[in-house]
Design a protein around this ligand. Structure first.
Ligand code: ZN
Ligand code: FE
Length: 248
C-alpha cells in the first residue's frame, strides 16, 4: 500500500477564554496565522519554535479574530488577508479576498468561500491539499455561529457550502464551544445515536482537558443539527432555541 501523503502541521495556539488561533505551517518553518485575536501568544509560540509568519488570514472582523493583526504585522512584516466585504474593519489589511479567490501559501492554495451569516462578510479558507478548512465562527463542532449580521437563510447557504466539501476535511474552527454545543444538540436530536456517542466522547475529552478541534467534516454531517436542519426556517428555529438555551 502506498503511504498516506503527509499533511502539513497546523499548530493550535489557545487565546482568551476559548479561542483557538491556528498556525498553518505550509512549508517547514513558515506559517500562516488564522484569526489571531491576540498577538502575544502567537509571537511567543513562533519565537519558541523558530517559525516565521508570512501571512495572517482573517475570517471576519470581530476583535477576538483580528485584535493581534497590527502587532503581528509589525513584528513579522507579514501580509494580512481578509474578507473584502468587511475590509474596512480588518486592521492592517493588505489583500481583500472574496468567494473564488485563492491565496497561494507555498505549494498550497487556500480557497476562499463566502459564508455570511455570523457577520455579513464572513469568509472561510479551504486548503484541499492539506484537507483543512478554517471555518472561523461559521461552522463549529455540532454548532454554528450566532446570527449577528445575517439571516437564517444566509447561514443555511453558508453551511450548505461547507457541507459540500470532502467529508474527510479537517475543520479548524475558532472556538472550543464543542461541549456546550453537544449539550444543546442532543435536545434537538434525541434519537441520533451518532450524536449521543459523540456527546459522550466530547464530555470525556473535556474532562481530561483535551481540545476537541479539529474534527472531521463527516462528523458534522452526522451530528450537527444546524448542518442537518434541512431548511432555512428550521435552522432559524434551532438557532433561536440555542440562543435561549441554558444547560442543565
Ligand atoms: Zn465572531
Ligand atoms: Fe469569535
Amino acid at each position: 500500500m502506498p503511504p498516506l501523503p503527509e499533511l502539513p502541521p497546523v499548530h493550535r495556539v489557545p487565546a482568551f477564554a476559548d479561542n483557538y488561533i491556528w498556525l498553518f505551517e505550509y512549508e517547514p518553518g513558515t506559517v500562516a496565522a488564522v484569526d489571531p485575536g491576540d498577538a502575544a501568544p502567537v509571537l511567543a509560540f513562533v519565537e519558541r519554535r523558530g517559525l516565521a509568519i508570512s501571512h495572517i488570514l482573517n475570517t471576519h472582523w470581530h476583535p477576538d479574530h483580528v485584535g493581534g493583526n497590527r502587532a503581528i504585522k509589525a513584528a513579522s512584516g507579514c501580509t494580512v488577508v481578509g474578507p473584502a466585504r468587511e475590509a474596512d474593519r480588518i486592521p492592517g489589511i493588505d489583500r481583500a479576498v472574496d468567494a473564488g479567490d485563492g491565496v497561494m501559501l507555498g505549494a498550497h492554495e487556500a480557497r476562499v468561500l463566502f459564508v455570511g451569516g455570523h457577520t455579513a462578510g464572513h469568509i472561510a479558507y479551504h486548503v484541499p491539499s492539506a484537507r483543512a478548512l478554517f471555518s472561523g465562527d461559521t461552522l463549529f463542532a455540532m454548532g454554528c455561529g450566532r446570527l449577528f449580521e445575517g439571516t437564517p437563510d444566509d447561514m443555511f447557504q453558508s453551511l450548505a457550502r461547507l457541507a459540500a466539501l470532502p467529508p474527510e476535511t479537517r475543520v479548524f474552527c475558532a472556538h472550543e464551544y464543542t461541549l456546550a454545543n453537544a449539550c444543546f444538540a442532543v435536545t434537538v436530536e434525541p434519537g441520533n445515536a451518532a450524536l449521543a456517542a459523540r456527546y459522550a466522547a466530547v464530555q470525556e475529552a473535556r474532562r481530561r482537558n483535551e481540545p476537541t478541534v479539529p474534527f472531521a467534516l463527516a462528523e458534522e454531517l452526522a451530528t450537527n443539527p444546524f448542518v442537518r436542519a434541512g431548511s432555512p426556517a428550521r435552522l432559524g428555529e434551532i438557532r433561536r432555541a440555542k440562543d435561549a438555551f441554558q444547560p442543565a
